[in-house]
Design a protein around this ligand. Sequence first.
Ligand code: NOJ
Length: 551
Amino acid sequence: MTTYTTETQTGSTGQPGPWWRGAVGYEVYVRSFADSSGDGLGDLAGVTSRLEYLSWLGVDAVWLTPFYPSPGHDHGYDVSDYCAVSRRHGTLEDFDTLVSEAHGLGLRVMVDIVPNHTSIEHQWFASARRDPGGPDRDRFLWADPAPGGGPPNNWLSHFGGPAWTLDEASGQYWCHLFLPEQPDLNWRNPRVRDDFDAILEWWMDRGVDGFRVDVAHGLVKDVQLRDNPQIAPVVAGMDPFDAFDSFEHRHDMDQSENVEIFRRWSQVCAPRRAMLLGEVNAPWPDRMARYVQAGALDQAFFLQSAFLGWDPETLLTMVRVMHDAAPHGISWVLSNHDRSRPVTRFGGGDVGVRRSLAVSTLFLTLGGTPFLYQGEELGLPDGALRAGFHDPVSVRNAGATHGRDGCRTPMPWDSSTHNGFSAGAPWIDAESRPPEQTVAGQRADPGAPLHRYRDLLAVRRRHPDTWRAPLEWIEASDPRVAALRRGTIAVVANLSERTTSVRLGSPGWQAAFASQPGCRLDSPANDTVSVPAETTVVLSNDGPLAAPGVA
Ligand code: NOJ
């Protein structure tokens, strides 16, 4: 197995600094990426078989969603053994092969660590339940019923209903911010902290280059388990995510002590040059920024965009505020396995593809370590499901929410059976994708989104100023336009529905990448660029540069 040494720890683009500086990551939703065994469920050997494709695409790192032993109540985010591979996804040898082949191709490998909760089948929880006086009990959060009976406080599960389930035998409730089958760990217990240090070490010993940290904002809970303030009424049949958002999560999420845990993790991971990337859902940019202070997490995902439909003004305001709060600490993402795909959210069809590429182009020039979600590079809309729900959130809430199935359908590799994902029937029952939505179909078509994304990644690599140079915003008169300069690079994201012109303040600009054709530079000075609707252009300049102008 290749192990990177300190000397090779330059950024992925060959620049000095940690490997993730300047890198672009790619989320592999393992269940749906590639299945080598034919049982219809994606596996590690399947991922290995497609690494060449990721290398060709030009990403630098791969994040693998959970592949650990799990009863699968939340599709792997309910882990029953943190240091093993589920038989359904392969073996540890498969994992070692994947890491070694990825490293051989220059790709880094990140695994998903799930520290907020275990599976109900984890031996720690089984023992905690079996023996209320035993040493494992305090690894989880238990509480007596409220004085009048019922759950100890008003906390809700993200996935519907109270965040507490009664353990009949002991008469106490256990806490779960997600499913009852995902009991929350007690991060005030030093044994929990020690165990996770060891889990991180164990995976680093196997060669992983970093960790995506699930629910990083959730670990520590209010010591007094106080009620959350309610800010909106909760009504029967409501989407569980809306019910959850009807409370201010003052006591169950984003407690200040979370950052202490990541300071400790950083001490474990930094000497081994492993990246810590958090799923942080904190309410304000300054709260987010706390998680990525020096010596805590290295990066946190910008998840707010994944909740938005096509709302350029809100999006650009959020982006700018978030960037300025943590200029190097944000992993910009437009989608993941929990949200509808951007092409669908942004209007579907060619319109959705155009808008998604315009936003991605901007995101790839904001610094930090951006990630693409599998299939984003194909401009995929959500998959069409044939029958029923698979996501436990929809199943549990009798269809009150469409849940997350649409973004989790198999990666369409080609037009063979099951789009080349598996020889067997996929675990999720979705319509086949047409040839123009497959990797093979798009590789053969130079005008396809796949080539646009690949070109964009190549431009980013060719021009390190796209992520490295200090970013300076250029004021634009339309709130649906964002313009910036960083070193020899300028970027104009025109998300409005009409052409816009931006003065760049110096002559000599050339377009390096445009998400759509039709950008014009006024010659001979080339200091003003005209950008068509819903298009982002990246410009480069080799000459001496003056201060930026005003749109
Ligand atoms: C976030 C993960 O992305 C999601 O898929 C999962 O259901 C929750 N965390 C709970 O682990």
